[in-house]
Ligand binder design. Structure first.
Ligand SMILES: NC(=O)c1ccc[n+]([C@@H]2O[C@H](COP(=O)([O-])OP(=O)(O)OC[C@H]3O[C@@H](n4cnc5c(N)ncnc54)[C@H](O)[C@@H]3O)[C@@H](O)[C@H]2O)c1
Length: 254
């Protein structure tokens, strides 16, 4: 059961990149239900439309932009549109990401480049695009979806692990550089969460048994388990939180 904080994001504009499904969707739903005007940017038009319809049906404010985070003109167009619509951007949630379980000796440049391009370069492009507006406002919250893999290297995920620790260092750099301008920058590190991304590994009972034993809370996470901590980092309660990687992993890394 989630304790909503009604009105927490009233008057604020929140961009959720990768909000069509999974963790990003849970964050978009939570932000809208707490009063934010949410914009979802995602490459998956159909899922995004479905999510937006759910948010609207529940009385939330939501708009969508089809955007591939790898394409700079699309990223810039997304941000320009939001500023045209609302004249401001208070929150950037960079959640879009890809991963593929591949032994290192089978990892080619194509997989390396795609993973870096979506997970890390996409985060850079979006932060770069919203920062001037946030600096003008002297207010803004940047939240990057990293992973426990930023810290605890998982075998068979070399590009993913590197992209997620890169994203954390990007968050920390922006915390230092943009902090004096009223902008907070933080990262979230989820453990194993029940989404499309983890469908493959979750089908393997041996993996699941072993994995669940590593988590003190005794279960894997749901997207809503991540939405609460992510929205906390986007909220005024987190005005003095800057440059952290907040693990949301049931204690897996404890
Ligand atoms: N599920 C987990 O266990 C887990 C754990 C740690 C971190 N994460 C991170 O959380 C984020 C969300 O993952 P999820 O599990 O919800 O996955 P998901 O596959 O359910 O959702 C990812 C979203 O990103 C979008 N996306 C992918 N490539 C894109 C692109 N090029 N341009 C725009 N949008 C794009 C997808 O369309 C999708 O809506 C990812 O960054 C992932 O690495 C997930």
């Amino acid at each position: 059961m989630i304790d909503l904080i009604p009105g927490r994001f009233e008057g604020q504009v929140a961009l959720v990149v990768g909000g069509a499904q999974g963790i990003g969707k849970a964050i978009a739903v939570r932000l809208a239900s707490e009063g934010a005007r949410v914009v979802i940017a995602d490459i998956d038009r159909a899922m995004m439309a479905r999510t937006a319809a759910e948010i609207s049906a529940a009385g939330g404010s939501v708009r969508t932009v089809v955007c591939d985070v790898q394409k700079k003109p699309q990223v810039q167009r997304t941000v320009v549109k939001i500023i045209r619509w609302y004249k401001r951007i208070d929150v950037l949630m960079f959640v879009a990401g890809v991963s593929k379980d591949t032994p290192f000796v089978e990892t080619d440049e194509k997989l390396w480049d795609l993973t870096m391009s979506v997970n890390l370069r996409g985060g850079f492009l979006f932060a770069r695009a919203v920062a001037p507006q946030m600096i003008k406002q002297r207010k803004g919250k940047l939240v990057f979806m990293s992973s426990t893999n930023a810290w605890d290297a998982e075998a068979n995920f070399a590009p993913y692990n590197a992209s997620k620790s890169g994203l954390y260092l990007l968050a920390k750099t922006l915390a230092r550089e943009l902090g004096p301008m009223g902008i907070n920058s933080n990262a979230i590190g989820p453990g194993l969460i029940r989404t499309r991304l983890t469908e493959g590994v979750r089908k393997d009972p041996t993996f699941m048994k072993k994995y669940e034993n590593l988590i003190p809370v005794g279960r894997i996470g749901e997207p809503e388990d991540v939405a609460g901590p992510a929205t906390f980092l986007a909220s005024r309660d987190a005005d003095y939180v800057n440059g952290v990687l907040l693990f949301v992993d049931g204690g897996q890394l404890a």
